[in-house]
Design a protein around this ligand. Structure first.
Ligand code: LLP
Length: 419
């Protein structure tokens, strides 16, 4: 249930006809259904209902739009941020600083300082070096930084290589066997309130077994740390739960995930922390596009749309599948390759796929585009930055303007010697 349904043969976002938004805002445009965001936020929280102590931090990177963050703040979600920019967005959306977790291997000194000043709830340290630096800055400021140490559990999340983060070869976290000694050194530093451990093994996870294995390893590590005399009150299990991208696909959902977590973590007596992104936002958004023209070719035609890889990079970057549907389908289908206008062969959304018949001027939509869609957009080929719209029932609003090429051009200048 994603609140993007056909009503009288026309795709709607909640109660708003998609063509009405396209006519007013132009295409391409992302449309988010607030009802879906809220629904997913609640379903995920309900999946964890059996856990006694927990904290849910929405992975801002999946969709950092201010209005989206506002919705999640009102659902009681905190934020998992990976830059000062994301932290400032979460704060601007009204998320309490105490509910913000800061992850990432490359937090700069300036970012660590800004996050300490803001009083965020937790730093997820990715290295000993980072911990030492944070402790030093915090001690200078006369505060103690709440932190956990991210561990690399060395398990294969069985997802796309480019979004796998929990194998030893990945840059994330510290090696499991080095963790106890490193934890002891960091815990001894004034300026650091080291209170636990974290892991995150990857994204678009469709099989719960690798996560279960990783969490079992976290449990073993927890016992080792406690046996060494450390007080461990927090364990962050990251995000990563996958979503169905294809019509009819079924995956383990929040209820199965929650049951697995409850079973593995029984008796841990810690606050469990979660960083879901895609599972909240993925199916809450679509990218609406207009067909520029249909180019005849053998054996299949090319459907050239006005959205491109700069607006939705996932197919080009991860060979990702996004369902492509006509906004007003006739019921007939055709086999075609769906491409954007960018001058690269990787600007291909669907290869030789059976799709709804579309013709020049028709509107179409890429589904499940709410996560890692607009946030990864860029202006390659001097295209505009794609706008975003949010729908709530029968009302809708632009929540991110289209940034025109002229605005970007205005931020550039020719040096004096070239004038
Ligand atoms: N926590 C950490 C530390 C992460 O690195 C990530 C995602 C998340 C949480 C949220 O993961 P999620 O629940 O959304 O799977 N651009 C890629 C996905 C990159 C994910 C990066 N890290 C894509 O479009 O598939």
């Amino acid at each position: 249930m994603d609140h993007f349904e056909y009503v009288d043969g026309v795709l709607h976002a909640e109660q708003v006809a998609v063509p009405a938004i396209a006519a007013a805002v132009g295409t391409p445009v992302y449309i988010y259904a607030e009802a879906t965001l809220r629904r997913h936020a609640r379903v995920f929280a309900e999946g964890l209902a059996a856990l006694p102590k927990k904290h849910i931090a929405f992975a801002v990177k999946s969709n950092p739009n201010l209005a989206v963050l506002r919705v999640l703040a009102s659902e009681g979600y905190g934020a998992d941020v990976v830059s000062q920019g994301e932290m400032e967005r979460a704060l601007a959306a009204g998320m309490p600083a105490a509910d913000i977790v800061f992850s990432g291997v490359g937090k700069t000194r300036a970012e660590l300082t800004a996050a300490l000043r803001a009083g965020i709830g937790q730093f997820n340290l990715e290295s000993e070096e980072e911990g030492v630096e944070l402790a030093e800055i915090a001690a200078q400021m006369g505060v103690s930084a709440p932190a956990v140490l991210r561990v690399n559990p060395d398990v294969d999340a069985k997802t796309h290589e480019k979004i796998s983060t929990g194998k030893a070869e990945n840059k994330f976290g510290v090696a499991l066997d080095q963790t106890p000694a490193m934890y002891a050194r960091l815990a001894a530093l004034p300026g650091l309130d080291l209170r636990g451990i974290a892991c995150h093994i990857g994204s678009q996870i469709t099989d719960l077994e690798p996560s279960r294995q990783a969490f079992i390893r976290m449990g073993e590590l927890l016992a080792v740390l406690r046996a060494a005399g450390h007080v461990v009150s927090h364990v962050d299990l990251g995000g990563g739960l996958g979503v169905p991208y294809r019509m009819g696909e079924t995956l383990p959902g929040p209820a199965e995930y929650g049951a697995m977590v409850a079973a593995v973590t029984a008796g841990w007596d810690v606050t469990l922390m979660f960083e879901p992104g895609r599972v909240i936002t993925g199916n809450s958004g679509i990218l609406v596009t207009e067909v520029v023209r249909v180019k005849a070719a053998e054996p299949y035609p090319f459907v050239v749309v006005d959205a491109a890889m700069n607006d939705l990079v996932r197919p080009a970057m991860y060979d990702a599948w996004h369902d492509f549907v006509a906004v007003a389908p006739t019921g007939a289908t055709m086999t075609a390759t769906v491409v954007g206008p960018i001058c690269e062969s990787s600007d291909t959304f669907a290869k030789r796929r059976e799709i709804d018949v579309v013709k020049q001027g028709d509107l179409a939509a890429f589904r499940t585009a709410g996560a890692y869609g607009a946030t990864m957009a860029n202006t390659y080929n001097s295209r505009p930055l794609v706008p975003e719209v949010m729908v709530n029932g029968d009302q809708w609003a632009i929540v991110a303007n289209r940034i025109e090429p002229a605005t970007i051009l205005a931020a550039e200048q020719v040096p004096a010697w070239l004038k």
